[in-house]
Design a protein around this ligand. Sequence first.
Ligand code: 4FV
Length: 252
Amino acid sequence: MHFSIISIFPSRVQAGMQEGVISRAVSEKLIELNIVNLRDFTFDRHRTTDDRPFGGGEGMVMTPEPLSLAVKDARMSGVERERVILLSPQGRVFNQQVAEELRREEHLILVCGRYEGVDERFREKYVDEELSIGDFILTGGELPALMIIDAVTRLIPGVLGCSDSALRDTFSRKLLKHPHYTRPRVFEGSEVPEVLFSGDHRKIEEHRFLESVKRTMERRPDLLRRASFSVSEKKLLARHGIDPDTGRETGQ
Ligand code: 4FV
């Protein structure tokens, strides 16, 4: 899978990819990164990429020409599934489902906004989709771009050590992950649930499933309403006094 990232701060983008899963995926050629310096598509002495907004108002707007030239240059011939994505608060909110959708593309061209945003005519003509990482304002689209590359890359088979762990992801099942424990067995007087030492994998899976449902009920009941359970999971929940449809305790 190919990622092109268009930014006026390419070194910040580079810095965000130095270690960990992403840089290993690059070295193992599971992904290819093309970090584009937007200023390379300017022709004035100051390599300007922004200007004052028509109609007045505070802040600056990114000019359309350098952005359009950078996108045209980043496009890959012969690649069908290519998508130009502008990171902005006006976009569709990014989540695990969007990550799984983007995973099916061959080439993502990520445009990192700065200042007040980009000229609308560039957006209309060159942007396939706007994505937001949440309802808050950042100083730039670089961190959102890095987050999307991280979330999508880890879904590529072979990127994560154990390939199926992404399948058991939080949100893929629309349930929050169960608590995790590791050594030491006693930490500051706190023990670990005994069942985890039983060696009975079905009992351990049941325990973890119930912990996931309880945690989701407490913290994200909105997710539980969208979760689907198998017949055996519904029986297990009922045996533990949990109504699978509402996620509420039945008190039985
Ligand atoms: C943002 C977000 C975000 C807005 C103005 C960059 C900033 C500046 N991008 N999700 N939230 N972008 O706040 O994606 O252009």
